[in-house]
Write a new protein. Structure first.
Length: 176
C-alpha cells in the first residue's frame, strides 16, 4: 500500500541509506507493507525494522512524558488518523507494552483527547513449539473416520415401541 509523501519526505535527499538529509539528519524513511511511509526520529534507528507501534512506544518510553496523537503525527510524519490508531494499538497490546491512559479535555473543543504514558516495553513472548508427543510403539493407532458412540441408539431393538406409545396416547385422548 503506497502512501503519499508528506512534506518532510518530499525534501529528503535521495540516497541509498534511507536517511533524510539536511536539517533532518538522522531521520529515516521507512515503509511497512501495511502502513504509509513514515519517518524514524533520531535515536530510533536500531528499531527501524520493528513494527511501527513498537517504535512509537520506544520513542514514548524515551520521552518519559505523556504523548498524544499530535505528538506522534508530528514526529513520525504520519496522518493524524494513523497516529490515533497507533495510540489505540499500543494501549491494547498489553503483552508487549505496559502503559497508562488518560483523557484530557482539548483546549479548543469540549472533546477529550487520549494521552498515553509508556511505562515499559516487554520482551517478545517466546513461541513454544507445540507438537504431539511421540506415540508408543506398542500402542495401536487411533481409528479415523466415523465411530459410533451409541448415542441415539436406545430404540434399536424396540422398533415398534414408539408407534405403540403414540397409539396409546391417541387412544387415551379419545377416552376423555
Amino acid at each position: 500500500m503506497t502512501g503519499k509523501l508528506h512534506r518532510s519526505d518530499r525534501h529528503a535527499a535521495p540516497d541509498d541509506s534511507g536517511f533524510a538529509g539536511g536539517k533532518n539528519k538522522g531521520l529515516k524513511k521507512v515503509k511497512q507493507s501495511n502502513h504509509n511511509i513514515y519517518t524514524i526520529p533520531y535515536g530510533m534507528e536500531p528499531w527501524a525494522d520493528e513494527p511501527l507501534y513498537l517504535v512509537v512506544a520506544r520513542w514514548g518510553l524515551q520521552l518519559k512524558r505523556w504523548i498524544n496523537r499530535n505528538d506522534i503525527a508530528a514526529v513520525f510524519h504520519i496522518p493524524d488518523r494513523q497516529a490515533s490508531f497507533q495510540l489505540s494499538y499500543i494501549s491494547r497490546k498489553k503483552d508487549r507494552v505496559a502503559c497508562r491512559t488518560r483523557y484530557v479535555p482539548a483546549e479548543d473543543t469540549g472533546r477529550q483527547r487520549v494521552e498515553i504514558f509508556i511505562d515499559s516495553i516487554l520482551p517478545a513472548p517466546v513461541e513454544c513449539q507445540t507438537h504431539a508427543p511421540p506415540r508408543r510403539r506398542n500402542a495401536p493407532a487411533k481409528q479415523t473416520g466415523m465411530i459410533s458412540r451409541g448415542v441415539g441408539s436406545g430404540m434399536a431393538d424396540n422398533t415398534g415401541l414408539w408407534e405403540r406409545l403414540l397409539k396409546g396416547c391417541r387412544e387415551g385422548r379419545d377416552d376423555e
